[in-house]
Write a protein that binds this ligand. Structure first.
Ligand code: GLY
Length: 354
């Protein structure tokens, strides 16, 4: 019999349940027979959605836009959605982002449920309520908080994913566990060894750990900021490789680069187990082998400096600390620090091909 886990997340507006179960999608669909669906285009033809009012989304960065949200709002109206209707989103992070904002804006807000289809969304983004939408050339410039009313994690979707997407999801799970502390990271490493045979336990523990952060800091002003670990370096790498490096692999490389940066500059501590695991995950992606030659270092530096988390007092970075977790440090905005960041990213890419 397959395992079934559940947890409840408390947000300021409501509590919502998260079920991790191999029949999760069917149970969710059956519980809301009249809900309108917003589905990743790749899954739209699945028999489970037959006969339902379904809108489809092309799940890539180019469609994580306000224009896409606008299209969905109009299509909802054309499909007859009213104020008493509910939405169900099925897809990975891009579908989640556009569905979150669409649900929040349509007639000033409809309740929505979510079934994540990528590991990254299953272990991390499916809870927390944040939407992040690109505008012009600016990644994640627009966003809001609008949590779902329920989440159904159906691990059967893992079979639809390439190896690199699994590695990317594990990178986000690594990040969450490491940010919580050494014990949680230890548990994650054990669960990761048995992940193929039993993905549900790792997914559940990752979400339960993330829940700790989002319940004490729903709006991202304190401890939840730790979950940006790997992101300042990782986002900049994604941009500087023209998104050939995926988000999850960018986070793996970003955690390694943050560790290198911290130990070289003295602002952070080294942790060979963390960096070894992050590089092992990045090595799964063949794109990483070519990324060094394709990396536009000026674009990397510009994106690194443009991170919206930095302040007038300096560059705000989340780096490994001596206690085996992470701390937020403020680093001066100098050429030397930017050069150290570029070197850290170079050494991450060099480690992947070694
Ligand atoms: N929806 C992503 C998050 O809130 O963390």
């Amino acid at each position: 019999m397959s395992e079934h886990f559940n947890l409840t997340v408390r947000s300021s507006s409501h509590e919502y349940g998260v079920d991790v179960a191999a029949d999760g999608l069917e149970v969710l669909l059956a519980s809301q027979p009249d809900a309108l669906l917003i589905v990743d285009q790749r899954f739209v033809a699945e028999p489970a959605f037959a006969g339902r009012r379904t809108l489809s989304v092309v799940a890539d960065e180019e469609h994580k836009t306000l224009a896409e949200v606008g299209r969905l709002l109009v299509e909802l109206r054309e499909a007859g959605a009213g104020r008493s209707d509910r939405l169900i989103a099925v897809g990975g992070g891009v579908v989640q982002d556009v569905a979150t904002l669409t649900a929040q804006l349509y007639m000033r807000g409809l309740p929505w449920s979510y079934a994540p289809t990528t590991l990254l969304a299953m272990v991390d983004s499916c809870i927390g309520g944040k939407s992040s939408i690109n505008a012009g050339s600016f990644k994640n410039l627009v966003g809001s908080f609008y949590p779902p009313t329920s989440v159904a994690v159906d691990p059967r979707f893992l079979k639809t994913l390439p190896e690199v997407a699994i590695a990317g999801g594990l990178a986000e799970a690594t990040k969450i566990a490491y940010c919580r502390g050494p014990q949680e990271f230890e548990r994650y490493l054990k669960l990761e060894e048995g992940f193929e045979a039993d993905p549900s336990q790792l997914i559940y523990h990752s979400l339960d750990t993330k829940r700790w952060f989002i319940e004490i800091d729903e709006f991202d002003t304190g401890p939840r900021l730790f979950l940006n670990f790997g992101h300042t370096f990782g986002h900049a790498l994604e941009v500087a490789t023209d998104f050939r490096i995926s988000h999850g692999i960018g986070i793996a490389l970003g955690m390694f680069a943050a560790e290198q940066f911290g130990s070289k500059t003295g602002y952070g501590a080294s942790d060979a187990r963390l960096s070894g695991h992050a590089i092992a995950l990045a090595r799964v992606d063949p794109e990483c082998s070519n990324a060094g030659s394709r990396l536009d270092i000026r674009a990397f530096e510009a994106a690194f400096l443009a991170d919206k988390k930095h302040g007038p007092d300096g560059l705000h970075l989340i780096l490994p600390d001596a206690a085996g977790s992470v701390a937020e440090v403020v680093v001066p905005r100098t050429d030397a620090m930017v050069a150290a960041a570029s070197e850290a990213v170079d050494s991450a890419l060099a480690m992947v091909v070694r």
